[in-house]
Structures are given as structure tokens and as C-alpha cells.
Design a binder for this molecule. Structure first.
Ligand code: GLA
Ligand code: ZN
Length: 677
């Protein structure tokens, strides 16, 4: 449980009482009660209020809010306010302001933009976090700490450059090692002094988005930035823990946000939390995959849905309203995939500046007679009714899909073979097929223990870090099934090619050699022609994007290319290795192939779908203490009938027992607890 003070799914969100007059607070209290809201995230952007000048702190306003909220039955997720530095700090300590990728020194303005290597920023942010912890350590309202807000971005200032050199010295020890690791004899880049090294920016090796001359330098700059920003979080974390060792600490992440290596971050978070802002046209399977990734950051530990909008965003090009029922449906989607909280940005719609058109539980009308409020209050009631039934329950997935941030950086930065390669998209293709098949899947990091899974899929494992190939070999040897694809095993962690033939270190376990890699134009395709009968795959599939031209070195050829000069070369292979099997998919296949291929693999492994559902109806399972909770989420506007097979279920939201079949309303949700026969 995140905090046993509140043993239910927490319900609430970001709340900015400092932007309002006291009369409004009384109204807020009344409406929070009506909506079943029991947690407010406060103090997110109040650094300027808390610290009017360098030597002056003023927390009285916050004391009042903490006391008032607690008295009215609302707990607090307490932020440290360091997501936006005060104007006085920006003026007196110019070093807190970042230098952007084009070399421009930023002025005061915006947020989430303090230089992570500014000694002043680190000193001030650590100090205020410590002071807050000291002040509120015994406050009964305090549930959890929320450090800063949505960390991210990059800085290219002199402090960052100097720290980058220190970081490089630690990583490589000598300039010789660094020159070798980056392959600096290319284009005459040999470094003779650490001071010659500068950040990878638009003034040096990079230009535009993800384009670089030197992948090694650019990769290391991303690693360094992710770690620098993480260090800021860690400093606040430690300052807080000195006073409140038992109160959990988190910071809100952003799903597939590219620039921070969240698997590294999660090691220092007591609980993962994240902000979910899908657009009307985001595939629901993509949102599901993102929740699963956030759950995977801490090996399946439940996470917090820290923010979502009850109705609309303001920052998307077209800020559609969530259709009636959709806020509830997407809230349960988060819970189904491991969230133990449902929280919003924001509780009350602000009156001015750029988020005044961002949805909130309390709209500008200011009263409870709105669609959004009614839907929020309805969900609040349900979450109270669910009590602690679902808390701490886990996934029992037998399939894991590997996702790796550094591999993403490397595939984004690599020059060639095609601009169209999108690692996340390729990962999603696999996820989407499993999602459609109702196969519970975990999103896992390269460091995860593979032995929990029967099937591990690592799409486009371009960068193979040291130890990874061994780990795959041990997994397959012991009986596991491993799948990887085209453009895998090509480089090490510095983007240096593993010589001797692709897929490098993965060659042995896969039993193949990829001699060449073809890049296809968007309208160009090849064919996947099945060889003989394998699991009823019918053939007639297409593939594209990239085609590896492979030779079997012991692997069985299950399918061949149907066209072009490499017609007849293998496109799908299976290698028996120890007690297990390793598959190679040499091109990016169409959805039809994906679905049949994965259905077949799962069937061979005895991995069963959770339920059979009509199209557009999602399922996911949470499990604890021998109790299985199946979520059924109808993403269609129309009602449908669900076949429950031979099992009997208790439906937690309606408190009825269901057998045979069940009706699911349009955009409706069922939470089914399997009953003993
Ligand atoms: C982010 C931030 C919030 C708010 C919302 C708006 O998630 O954390 O402060 O700006 O976006 O969608
Ligand atoms: Zn900087």
C-alpha cells in the first residue's frame, strides 16, 4: 500500500488554492466532499510564494492549507515546489537559467527549466525540500512527497559542459579510452585534453531533431543529462528522507517521454507516478502499453496515476472533450493496469494564463451542476465502494516486451538505414497484437529477470549492452522463447558496430547471419511467404520498412521473402537453443502477420487469453492473495454482450454475480472477481 493512512484507491489531484480567495476554499471543501475526493496535490508551483527572497521563507499560507484540508477530510500529496524557480533567483543567480541547444541563454519565464548542474539550483532546491519535510513531518495530512514536477529537457551551459567532462572522466578513465569508445579518428576528432570536449548541441555535433555526426558523444550527453536531472531529484529525496524516512517519495513521470531513462530513475522512487494525457485519437492500446511500462519500471509494483484531465487538455492542437463515460473508462484502464490512485490535473480550473482552458473537476461555472462534475462524483463514489479490494494486486503476465531508453536514443540518433524507423512504433506493433489477443503482457527493462516469463520479445534490439546477449542465451537455454527483429544486435552501448556479421552478439542464439539491410520507401513492400505448415499461419502477409537479408546458420526457416532480388531468402526463422527457441523476424510485418504469429507462439507456450471479447473491448488482470480481478473495458460507444465461458464472477462495481454472459454498456466497465466453483 502506498500509505496505509488511506487504504483505498486515492482520488483527487493537483490543486492550487494559492490562486484563489478564501471564500473559494470553502466551496472547494464542499465540492471535494461531494465528489469523494480524498487527496489534493498542493504546492507544485509555489516556490516564489514559499521563498520570497534568498534568506526568507514563508510557509504560513501552506500551514493553513495543510490544516484546512486535513480538517475537511482531504489528505495531501505534498510537492516540493521546485518545478519552477522564482524570478529573483533567475535574476540573482543567472546560472539557474538554462542555455538551449542553439546556445541561447534563457531569460526568466516558463517552468521545468532550471539548469540541473547549477550549484545554486541544487542548493536552493535541496534546502527548500528539507525545510518542507522538517516542517510537515508530523502533519497528519501528509500522505506522500511529490518532488518537483515533470522533470525533463536538456541544458548546454558552461556548468553542464564542465560537469559533462567530470562525468566522462569517471566513465572512461582516460582520454585514450574515450577516443576509442567514440571512434574519434573519424573526421579527425581525436581529443588531447578533456577541456576540448563540449556538449553535443546544435553548435557542435548535432543539428535539427536527433541528427548527429557522432552517435557516441550524443548518446553520452543524453545519459549525462538524464543522470544530472536525476541527481537533482535524488538530492531532494535525501533531504526529505532525513526527516520523514517512512513517507513515500515520488516524482511524476511522463510515460514514453524520450529524454529521461526512467528505468534508472525508478530505482530511486518509492512509488512510480505518471501523467496520462492521451488525445482522442491515441490508440487505447498505446495508452495501455504506457501504463504497463510505468508498472514495469519497478518490476510490477503498483503505480500512481498522478494526473489526467477530467475533460480536456489545453496544449494539444485540438483539445477534444472526453466523451461521456470516457473519463471513468480511462481511469479504470489505469487501475486495470496497476494504478492504485486516480488523480487529475486539476481540481479547479484556473482563471488566467495558459491553463485556463484545461479541464478540471470544478469548472469555471464554479458549481457542481456540470457534466464533468457529475461524472467525477460518480467515479468518486465507486472508488469508495471498492475500498482496498484492488490495492497492491499485480500482473501475472507470462509475456514480457523489452523496452530500453538507451536503445531508443540510439535508434533515433543513428544515421541510416532509414528515417522511418520508430522504435516505439515497432514495440507498439507487438504490444498491439497481444492487446488485441487479450494476452496479458508486461513491459520490462533490459535488467528485468526474464525467468518470470515464458515469452520475451525484444523488438529492434539495435543496441546490445554488455551482458544482454548472455542473459538471452541463458533464458532460451532454460526453455524460454525469445523473439527479436530486424536491426538487432548491431552496436554496443557507444553505437560502435559489433564486427563479424549482424546480429552480432545475438547471432549464436538466433542461429542466423544478416548480411545486408535494405531500407524500403514508405510505399514499397515485400511479402512474407510461409514455408510449409507452421501453426496454421496462412501466408499472404506483407512486410516493409527494413528488410534484413539473412542466412540460416542452423535456424529453421519458417518463411521467406516473396519478392525482389532477395526473394527466397529467410524472413522468419526459429532456432532451437538448449531447451528453448529464438525467433528472428527480419522485416517489419503487417498487423495480420503479427496477430497470427503471436497467437501461435502463445498457444505453443500454453499462454491463454484472459477472456474472449468483442472488438474494441479491452481486458486486463490484477491478482493478489489467490484472487483474480478481470477488468473488462468497452471502448466502443455501443453496448455489447460478453461470453463468460464456464466461470462465475462477482462484479465488484455492481455487486452482482454473473454467469454465462454479461452485458457491457457502451464505454462501460466491469471488474470481475472469479468465484470458486
Ligand atoms: C502536466 C503538468 C501539469 C499541467 C498539465 C496540463 O502534466 O504536470 O502541471 O501543466 O500538464 O496538462
Ligand atoms: Zn546547464
Amino acid at each position: 500500500m502506498i500509505n496505509s493512512k488511506l487504504p483505498k484507491i486515492w482520488y483527487g489531484g493537483d490543486y492550487n488554492p494559492e490562486q484563489w480567495e478564501p471564500e473559494v476554499w470553502t466551496e472547494d471543501e464542499r465540492m471535494f466532499k461531494l465528489a469523494g475526493i480524498d487527496v489534493a496535490t498542493i504546492n507544485v508551483f509555489s516556490w516564489a510564494l514559499n521563498q520570497p527572497s534568498e534568506h526568507e521563507y514563508s510557509f504560513e499560507w501552506l500551514d493553513e492549507q495543510m490544516d484546512r484540508l486535513y480538517a475537511s477530510g482531504t489528505y495531501v500529496c505534498l510537492a516540493t515546489s521546485t518545478g519552477a524557480h522564482p524570478a529573483w533567483m533567475a535574476r540573482q543567480y543567472p546560472e539557474v537559467r538554462r542555455v538551449d541547444k542553439q546556445g541561447l541563454k534563457r531569460q526568466f519565464g516558463g517552468r521545468h527549466n532550471s539548469c540541473p548542474n547549477s550549484p545554486a539550483y541544487r542548493r536552493f532546491s535541496t534546502a527548500i525540500a528539507g525545510r518542507l519535510a522538517e516542517r510537515y513531518k508530523d502533519h497528519p495530512a501528509l500522505l506522500i512527497w511529490h518532488v518537483s514536477n515533470e522533470y525533463g529537457g536538456m541544458c548546454y551551459c558552461e556548468n553542464c559542459a564542465a560537469e559533462f567532462r567530470v562525468w566522462l572522466k569517471e566513465r572512461y578513465g582516460t582520454l585514450d579510452a574515450l577516443n576509442k569508445a567514440w571512434n574519434t579518428r573519424f573526421w579527425g576528432h581525436t581529443f588531447y585534453d578533456w577541456e576540448e570536449i563540449v556538449p553535443a548541441s546544435d553548435l557542435s555535433e548535432e543539428w535539427g531533431h536527433n541528427l548527429t555526426n557522432f552517435q557516441g558523444i550524443s548518446l553520452d550527453y543524453r545519459r549525462f543529462m538524464s543522470e544530472s536531472i536525476l541527481d537533482c531529484y535524488k538530492l531532494e529525496y535525501d533531504a526529505i528522507k532525513q526527516h520523514t524516512p517512512d513517507i513515500p517519495v515520488t516524482t511524476n513521470l511522463m510515460g514514453f517521454y524520450p529524454e529521461l531513462n526512467y528505468f534508472e530513475w525508478a530505482k530511486y522512487m518509492d512509488v512510480v507516478s505518471w501523467d496520462n494525457y492521451p488525445s482522442l485519437d491515441t490508440p487505447v492500446s498505446f495508452t495501455a502499453m504506457t501504463h504497463d511500462l510505468m508498472r514495469g519500471l519497478k518490476s510490477g509494483q503498483p503505480f500512481m496515476l498522478m494526473e489526467q484531465t477530467p475533460s480536456q487538455q489545453n496544449w494539444q492542437p485540438y483539445n477534444s472533450l472526453k466523451r461521456p463515460g470516457v473519463m471513468r473508462l480511462w481511469s479504470y484502464q489505469a487501475v486495470a493496469r496497476g494504478a492504485d490512485t486516480v488523480m487529475f490535473f486539476q481540481l479547479r480550473r484556473s482563471v488566467g494564463a495558459c491553463e485556463k482552458y484545461h479541464g478540471a473537476v470544478i469548472e469555471h461555472a464554479g458549481h457542481e451542476h456540470t457534466r464533468v462534475f457529475r461524472e467525477s462524483a460518480e467515479l468518486g463514489r465507486e472508488l469508495q465502494q471498492l475500498g482496498d479490494a484492488l490495492l497492491d494486486s499485480r500482473s501475472r503476465a507470462k509475456v514480457g516486451i523489452v523496452y530500453d531508453w538507451e536503445n531508443r536514443w540510439a535508434t533515433d540518433l543513428t544515421s541510416g538505414p532509414t528515417v522511418a524507423l520508430d522504435y516505439v512504433k515497432e514495440v507498439h506493433k507487438f504490444y498491439h497484437a497481444l492487446f488485441d489477443l487479450n494476452i496479458q503482457t508486461d513491459m520490462i527493462g533490459v535488467e528485468e529477470d526474464f525467468s518470470k516469463y515464458d515469452l520475451v520479445i525484444a523488438p529492434v534490439m539495435y543496441m546490445v549492452k554488455s551482458g544482454f546477449a548472455d542473459k538471452v542465451e541463458r533464458f532460451v537455454e532454460a526453455g524460454g522463447t525469445f523473439v527479436t527483429t530486424f536491426f538487432s544486435g548491431i552496436v554496443n552501448e557507444n553505437d560502435i558496430v559489433t564486427l563479424g556479421g549482424y546480429p552480432g552478439e545475438l547471432r549464436k542464439v538466433l542461429g542466423i547471419w544478416a548480411e545486408e539491410i535494405d531500407a524500403l520507401f514508405p510505399d514499397q513492400h515485400n511479402e512474407i511467404v510461409m514455408k510449409g505448415e507452421w501453426g496454421g499461419l496462412s501466408g499472404g502477409y506483407e512486410c516493409g520498412l527494413m528488410c534484413d537479408l539473412i542466412h540460416s546458420e542452423g535456424a529453421e526457416v519458417l518463411a521467406e521473402y516473396g519478392k525482389d532480388f532477395y526473394q527466397g531468402m529467410p524472413v522468419l526463422t526459429r532456432n532451437t537453443f538448449g531447451k528453448g527457441k529464438a525467433y528472428y523476424v527480419a522485416s517489419s510485418p503487417d498487423a495480420g502477420f503479427m496477430k497470427e504469429f503471436l497467437a501461435n507462439l502463445c498457444q505453443e507456450q500454453g499462454i491463454k487469453p484472459l477472456l474472449a471479447t468483442p472488438e474494441g473491448v479491452e481486458t486486463a488482470e490484477r491478482y493478489k492473495d489467490g484472487r483474480s480481478f478481470l477488468f473488462v473495458l468497452n471502448h466502443n460507444a455501443e453496448a455489447c454482450q460478453l461470453d463468460l465461458g464456464g466461470s462465475r464472477y462477482k462484479e465488484l462495481l455492481g455487486d452482482t454475480v454473473l454467469e454465462g454472459s454479461a452485458a457491457v454498456p457502451g464505454r462501460g466497465v466491469l471488474i470481475l472477481e472469479q468465484q470458486a466453483d
